[in-house]
Structure formats: C-alpha cells, structure tokens
Ligand binder design. Sequence first.
Ligand code: NOJ
Length: 538
Amino acid sequence: MNSNAWWRSAVVYQVYPRSFADASGDGIGDLPGIADRLPAIAELGVDAIWLSPYYPSPQHDAGYDVADYTDVDPRLGSLADVDRILTGAHALGMRVLVDLVPNHSSWDHPWFRAALASAPGSPERARYLFRDGKGPGGDEPPNNWQSVFGGPAWERVTEADGTPGQWYLHLFDRSQPDLDWTDPEVVAFFDDVLRFWLDRGVDGFRVDVANAMAKAPGLPDVAPTAGTDRSGSSPMWEQPEVHDIIRHWRTITDSYPGQRILTGEAWVFPVERLAAWVRPDEMHQAFNFPFLEAPFEATELRRVVQRSLDAFGSVDAPSTWVLSNHDVVRHASRLVMDPLPIGGLRRDHAAVTDPARGVRVARAATAVMLALPGSAYLFQGEELGLPEVFDIPDALRQDPTFARSGGEHLGRDGCRVPIPWTADAPAFGFNATGESWLPQPASWAAFARDAQRGVAGSTLEFYRAALATRRAEGLGGAALEWTDAAPAGVLGFRVGAVRVWANTTADAVPLPEGDVLLASGPLQGEALPAETTVWIRG
Ligand code: NOJ
C-alpha cells in the first residue's frame, strides 16, 4: 500500500455537467462549457474533478439513465470534448474521474430494447431481471420491493403479441431497468466500458450505487420490518457478490499506470459497514455519508469523525469526507434546517429563513471537513456559498422522485440549478442566451463568481484559502488528535501543526492563542464568534 497515493488526501471537485457552463446556449450545460472553464476550477486548488454522467441518455434521471456507455450525449458534446477536458485538466495538474453507472441502464439502451422485443427466457432478457408476475394472470409484481424513487420497483411489459407480459426490476425509475450481474455478458461488457475510458486517460470512476449490483438469490420479499433500519440486511443492497465485482474491477484499474481509482457511492450505514467497501483489494474511496448526515454540533461531529477514522483505519483506507452533492440539500441550507432534511427535501420542510446563517454554518462545517485527514469532495457551487433553491415551480421540477412520490418528495432539483458565474449577464454567465433548464433565483447575482473573486471575506476566497492552507500544512495526510481543552460546544482537534476549533454554539468563546491561519467567518477581536471555525498555528 502506497501511503502517499494521491487519492488518500485528494480534494475532488464534482462537476455536474448539465448545470456547470453552457457553451451552446441551449440551457443545458455541456462539455465544451466545462473545457473552457477548467482554469476556474484549477484556481480553486483542487486535485481532481469528477464529472457526473454525460453519456447519451433520454435524461429521465439527469443522465443516470445511460443509453450508451462509451459515447457522449450530443446535447452535451462529443468524445473529442472529453479528450479536451482530459488534456486540459491534466495540463492544469488535475486528475479526472468519470461516472460509472453499472446497476442499471436506460430503457433506451439497445440491450433493453432487444430484451423487450425478445421472448421470456431469451438471452436478451437474461441481461436484466425479468420475472413472471404473481397471482392470477401474473398481475401482481414478482415481489414487494419498492423503488428508491417511490412506488413499486417492478414494471410490467407488453409482450410482442400484445398481451400483458413479464415484469422487470428497476430499483430507481422505471426508465432505469436493473442489469442482471449474474449474466457473464454483463460482466464482460462493463470490463470493456472500464477499459474504454481508462484507455482514453481517465484517472478513475465514481461508481453509482456501488452496493447494489447483486441481488439476493430468488429475489425474496423484503421483510416487513426492514426499510426503517438502514443498517439492516436487505435483499437489494450489500450482497456479498457485489464485493466480487468490485475486486475484479480493482484488478483492471490496478493494471493501468498512474494510480487509477474507484470511488464508491454507497449509502451504507453505519460507517463500520461502509468500511467493508474499501478493503485493500476493493474500492479506493467510499463517500462518507454518515458524516454528511451529521448536524453541525460538536459532540455529534466528534463521534462521527472518530468512528469514521476508526472504521476506515481498520482497513487502512482514508475517509472520504463530503458535505454536498447533486442528490442532497445543499449544506448552506441543510445544516440550518430543523429537522435536518435527511432523505431529501419534502413538501413539509420549511424553507430556510436566515440564509446568511446558512452560509456561516456551511463555511464553518467546510473548515472542519477540509482540516480532516483523508480525502474530500466538493460539489460545484458550494465554493460560492450557494443555497438550496426551494421555490422551483412544480411544473418545472424534473427529478423523477417528485412525480413518483406524488409530489411529497420535492426531489433534488433545488441543488442542481445552473451555477452563477457573472452577476450582470444573461443566466448569470451560465451561457450567453439566458436559457436555463431550471430557473435561477434573482438573488443569485450576489453569489456570482465574479462578484466574489478577489473579494476578501467572500466564500470563494475562503475556499481558496482553505485549500491552499490544507495543502501547505499537509492536513489531508496528517494524524488527528482531539484537544480536550476546548470549551463545551466547541469541537477541538489538532492535525499536524494546526489546531482547529469549531464553535458550534450560538455564543462567542475566547479565541485560543496562536496565529490564525484560516477563519470561516469574521473574528471579533479576541473572540471566536458563534458558528465559526478557525485554524490556528500554535
Ligand atoms: C445515485 C446518483 O447520484 C443519483 O443521482 C441517481 O439518481 C441514482 N444513483 C440512480 O442512478
């Protein structure tokens, strides 16, 4: 094990292509937009970027429904644009991870179309999970599984002769049929997909729902008690055979030079179970969602950080910290919501009434995260302090969870709104035409990158300073020690030569002695204000 491997302490910036920069002006972000703006990402001081899916797709789940795994959606660009991003990012010293979506394809994938056109029991159907229904005439789904997006996880097809036919499994939207990973053709196909992108020069993969590919043999019903306890066993998730798939992929990434990696997206709880996914011959990283779900509160944070360090440490893996991504309420809003919107935004969640406090707490939490040993992921726009958008009109909501939950879950569109670059420009500089696939709030002029760049005290400059100091002090690779001297409600720890105090309370506390290297917000003389984090040498 190479303890200096880049990924053990890397900061990775997630680019969500639809919402980053739109060179074509059609309102949907694209790869040329990303290629043009790589210098802006590099200027932040990150080590790598992760691109969410850009593959050909009917976009029923924002591209996580892939119709062709080795091409680019024409609305987003071309393979030549991927090459441009790879070359450009590498020249700027950044690695590039791409998204791998192996649990399901789109219903527009040629394989699924062939499966629909073929008979039950055919090899074409064997690549997916087609089953006969239960009950008279096979009218009931084969088991009781529910889709993550709401409603049953089965859809019935009409057979070629026009009669109601078999059912297929979809753990997500019905446009995302699950692949059957017991079929050797599926395994071989994804080997080729990995090699295709590795040969092109990508530095690794963020693996979508990395704990789902294998299902329990016989597809048994979910026990009635399961579902509420996320650490319980389920026939859909965490099957032992998934580890075999990951181990096999690891031999593929390891066969390439340059430390290519696998990063797992696995909503596995508690963190001790998550650690099983990053054993030495499995994935390199797995997002630490237990950390993401923690409140900004000293005791809770200490508990989740220590548990994470113990769990990942026991398998010699770094923890991969994360506070925001395209699936969760942006942390500039989430952390000041009560209760925390765990599991997504619902109609009954109240919008944040004090957005300035939201940014203050988010910056304080980010300053904790970026001081911790291990790797960290940032989501585009968090460096601008962007809040969640709560008031997207229902008619414009695109996330399938909205419709599938009958509107009870508002879905994830509120964190996916195209980001603002220029305060005084159409679509805030997202493009030149003013089009935007989701509406941008007028208040976002104040968050625009050009309104923050070079402005002391801005969120953008805070992120740049944090990343520069993290790098200079080697924080990602140092060991953490708790410092018990911190007052109640203050999370105190030391990493390398840096002492971190995060005041999670509503009151100021005396500032510890030493040179302030970074403060997440303005200090008040000798006081560390409420909901503020400092990094101190001394
Ligand atoms: C996780 C992705 O991050 C999410 O956006 C997607 O909807 C599901 N996996 C299904 O692919």
